[in-house]
Design a protein around this ligand. Structure first.
Ligand code: ARG
Length: 666
């Protein structure tokens, strides 16, 4: 029979399955009277029976179609899992799919069954669905339910054997050939993302404020935001990385007025301000103490917002000095980001305020214009009593721009948890104003906790000032250098290699220490801990990767030879530890799917650490390169070299998503 016929059967079968699932849900809802959508439909018993009948017929047809597919030689299982083509397969996710289908065909009444696949002591994985189902279908024991589900698992390429065990667990043995194929693909095609439909994403991160120092909170936003952007880019999405700089607002009035007094020639000679924060403090002091200065500052804001050339020039000079400082941090941390500050939205704010006003959405409140969203008591201040706009106004205009002009399908904001109320308020106001619909556009406010010092108090310098990021990075470099020297690395590595290793360890450790914790919690910043070469640290993991790379180097096996060997497709996974390592590294696509759902990155770090420990287990038990007593290589186990290569590729991809530079030697 031709492929086209098989395809047609598969399509028709899938369609029928979809229909019967829908029908089943309707029947279930009718039986319990729970579905809202049915409230308006007047369905009497006759209709109910008709539906039931129709469903029976559909199921009958599905069976016939499945049989036809089988006899036609088509793989009935392939309609059962996603088509991942040459992409890596998210094995656990696919197993969940397979078992969800099995549960639904065994128990069509089960509405949205939650299937979890877990590690098993007796097999590769296990499915525990029977326990929960037996609680619903009381007349059966979990074992009977398990048996029923097991019987309904459709043929598929992932599973080689299923077995009922204990009170009703279904043990799953993976198909070795499938795993071998996946490892081979990985070596030949590199780490590929699980399939996803590309969408337009905006990631708003870092976003410090002009004329103020970038602090550790901005460092967290920078590190977390960059990693999220990298993750989404890897999955194939179009990512716009935006730096929502605080570059607009009334504080610029006093800065410009102070600039006019201290550097009258600023329009022709760029002002040599070395310490912009000091400059900010000076102008703030004058603003608070000197009434005449205050008045000038206010006038300066009005002129700036009218784009009066000299005032605009002063503002630009100040922004430029700030941006140069920020750039230094971004360059060192290798962060790509596009500046698009609050000022960008000035004209859009004017327009939006008018629209909100015309729609009658603004209320007068003590000279201010405020707006209440649905379900929030804290209103937005849309216009201040002096007529100026606020952080609220710019975020409203900015959201509208991102949805309507950038055509964003998904917007991610990365800021400290302290801003949660602000985000709730402006998002609910945007909904009320009608330009944001949370079904159409996904918006995540990715929050994080406070950075604490080793004394568990807010991270500060000894003198109580906020820690300057540049100083922090410098200290990291110095500490990393000391640590590597302590390990005598300077005697082994060339000066360039040493420098590369020092930078990778310093910045890698700072990033990893931030990313490996549950971001919503506060975390303690400790150089001693993050530079420890034992445990779950970047120092240890970067070193572990260089060790794997050095095994391949020692064996003297070239990349071409690895590929040629992989192409043979004969990789064996006979040793228990080889099998465990292969299964572990192939979990990456599942981890990526998981972290994309909630944008918590620490599971990726935990995975990376797991890979390195499972690799150590493998290496301790399986010789890769065998040497004689005088140290000459007598045997190279190519099979295992392939596993080393695959592991190294997986670790490298994890580091790359975390924004951490790897090194060949350290
Ligand atoms: N500039 C703000 C701050 O330093 C962060 C901006 C975050 N992005 C946004 N669209 N509100 O706290």
């Amino acid at each position: 029979m031709t492929d086209a016929r098989v395809c047609d059967y598969i399509l028709r079968c899938a369609k029928a399955e979809k229909e019967t699932q829908k029908l089943t849900e309707r029947l279930q809802a009718l039986a319990t009277g729970s579905l809202d959508c049915l409230e308006n439909e007047d369905i009497n018993d006759k209709d109910f029976l008709n539906l039931l009948n129709e469903n029976k017929k559909l199921k009958y047809r599905i069976n016939i179609l499945k049989k036809s597919i089988e006899t036609a030689g088509g793989d009935a299982g392939s309609s059962n899992i996603d088509d991942f083509g040459s992409h890596m397969c998210n094995i656990i996710g696919q197993l969940e799919k397979i078992f969800t289908k099995a549960v639904l065909s065994a128990y069509p009444q089960a509405v949205n069954p939650v299937i979890q696949i877990q590690l098993s002591k007796h097999a590769d994985y296990q499915c525990n669905a029977a326990m929960a189902l037996a609680k619903v279908f009381l007349r059966k024991t979990p074992r009977e339910v398990g048996q029923e589900v097991l019987k309904n698992v459709a043929p598929n390429p992932l599973i080689s054997n299923l077995e009922l065990s204990g009170p009703g667990f279904i043990n799953i043995v993976l198909n070795k050939d499938f795993i071998k194929q996946q490892v081979t693909n990985l070596i030949l095609n590199g780490v590929t993302p699980p399939p996803a439909t590309p969408i337009q994403v905006v990631v708003d991160f870092s976003s410090p404020n002009i004329a103020k120092e970038m602090h550790v909170g901005h460092l967290r936003s920078t590190i977390i935001g960059d990693s999220i952007a990298r993750l989404l880019e890897f999955l194939g999405h179009k990512v716009l990385r935006l730096n929502h700089l605080g570059d607009w607002g009334t504080q610029f009035g006093m800065l410009i007025a102070h600039l006019q007094d201290t550097f009258p020639n600023f329009a022709t000679e760029p002002p040599p301000i070395a310490d912009l924060q000091k400059f900010y403090k000076e102008s703030k002091k004058r603003f608070d103490e000197d009434e005449a200065f205050k008045k000038r500052a206010y006038e300066a804001v009005v002129k700036l917002q009218a784009y009066e050339p000299l005032h605009k020039k002063g503002w630009e000079e100040i922004c430029e000095i700030s941006r140069k400082e920020f750039m230094k941090v971004y360059e060192r941390l290798q962060i790509r980001i596009i500046d698009r500050g609050e000022s960008f939205y000035q004209e859009r704010m004017v327009k939006l305020v008018k629209e909100l006003n015309d729609a009658g959405l603004l209320e007068e409140d003590d000279g201010r214009k405020v707006m209440f969203g649905e379900g929030t008591d804290v209103p937005l201040t849309v216009v201040k009593s002096d007529g100026g706009y606020t952080y609220d106004t710019s975020d409203m205009a900015c959201l509208k721009h991102r949805i309507e002009e950038e055509k964003a399908d998904w917007i991610v904001y990365v800021t400290d948890a302290g801003q949660s109320q602000h985000f709730k308020s402006f998002l609910s106001c945007a909904k009320k104003a009608g330009f944001y619909n949370d079904v159409k556009t996904r918006v995540d406010h990715v929050t994080f906790g406070v950075v604490l010092g080793e004394d568990k108090k807010k991270f500060k310098t000894r003198s109580g000032d906020t820690v300057r990021l540049v100083d922090l990075l410098n200290e990291g470099l110095q500490r990393s250098e000391e640590k590597l020297k302590e390990k005598d690395r300077h005697t082994v590595l060339t000066p360039e290699e040493f420098e590369k290793a020092r930078d990778a360890v310093a910045y890698g450790c700072i990033k990893y220490a931030d990313l490996c914790h549950d971001r919503s919690r506060d975390y303690i910043f400790s150089f001693d801990r993050m530079l420890d070469f034992r445990g779950n640290t970047a120092a240890y993991l970067l070193y572990a990767l260089t060790r794997i790379r050095s095994i391949i180097r020692t064996a003297g096996v070239k990349q071409e030879e690895i590929e040629a060997e992989a192409k043979k497709g004969t990789i064996a996974l006979d040793h228990e530890k080889e099998w465990k390592l292969a299964r572990t590294i192939l979990k990456l696509p599942d981890v990526l799917v998981q972290i994309t759902q909630d944008l918590y990155l620490h599971p990726l770090c935990e995975f990376l650490y797991e890979v390195s420990t499972v690799f150590t287990e493998f290496y301790d038990n399986c010789y890769c390169v065998e040497k004689d007593q005088s140290g000459n290589i007598v045997k190279i186990n190519m099979n295992r070299i392939l596993l080393c290569e695959a592991t190294a590729q997986i670790m490298e991809k994890c580091f790359s998503i975390l924004g951490i530079t790897t090194v060949g030697k350290m």
